[in-house]
Design a protein around this ligand. Sequence first.
Ligand code: FEO
Length: 402
Amino acid sequence: MNDVFNAVKVNENVYWVGAIDWGIGEFHGYSTPRGTTYNAYLVMADKITLIDTVKAPFMDEMLARIASVVDPAQVDYIVSNHSEMDHSGGLPRAVQVMQPSKVFASAMGVKALGAHFGTGLAVQAVKEGEELDLGGRRLRFMETWMLHWPDSMFSYLLPDKLLFSQDAFGMHLASSERFADELDGSVLEYEAGKYYANILLPFSSLVVKLLDKVKTMGLEIGIIAPDHGPIWRKDVGRMPGLYAQWAERKPTMKAVVTYDTMWHSTELMARAIGEGLVEGGASAKDMPLGVRHRSDVMAEILDAGALLVGTPTINNHMFPTVADFLTYASGLKPKGLVGVAFGSFGWSGEGARQVKDHLAAMNVELVAGPLECKYVPGPEDLARCRALGVEVARRLKLKCGT
Ligand code: FEO
């Protein structure tokens, strides 16, 4: 593999030595049609230090990239910023090959790595604010508890002003370009938002606290090097700014209408509701679950003020794709939404009522009871659907203060 996979220089002292996964389409329930990268970084100092590793099957690629700079056996330290397997999966082999004198992680990271790989892996805990002298450069550690695992931490390289931010500010985007300024900004914003919505959304209050802490510390950041996607060397405030906006969950006039359908009746209801939303001044994003992935629906919810969920009734239950979406969405705890359940049924009609209960359990502010129609919606049913859309838009206007 050597002479094929090269390291990429991030600055005079730091190299990207990660791996590009062009072939991944699904990441624990999250669709990744653009693939991803597992970023690892090599810090060249007196103590040569590797920041994170890669998913186990990509270790040959990572070792080859390191070897393009230095013999991997010369690596002195390994820092594990995050123990999830896409970053630590290669750690046991890295330790075997490199025989580093020390491996560092947060206190929770030590426990998590022990639980993953057994206690044979000696890992030293570092504390919040502790600095590690690499000889010529220093690494300062900052715990980022539950962003998004208990072990997560940032490492800040001095005097380079380079933040190794692990999953934070990352995205699932494979590319041959390593830097964000080489890529299409609208793709970056969509993929970073999708990542936030599907990974970090439940921890938004912690994101706000972390951003405040970074501001209070006056931490100067010249480069953000996340564990997925491109590295930010220009416009470094863009991702923290977007995170602040997403964490705030300010109400907007956007409504997401998501549903599945058996014989197009619930679909017809959704379309009529959408017309009413637009009539009322909202924007409607129609996301049929038969063809849209749950994680893409979450990406749309990130900047939405309303969530309307429709289902037919099948064997006394909501449709399985709708149950799948609601189970996934409720774990991500989107806040500040108004919404409603709707759906067509033949005889028993439990589906929309179950959706209503689920939305209520998610603290969605229900605008009305479930809107139901028997078999195929007629003109009067569709008029009720349209009126419901108008009403949801009216409630959104009140929330937005417009
Ligand atoms: Fe990229 Fe939480 O792992």
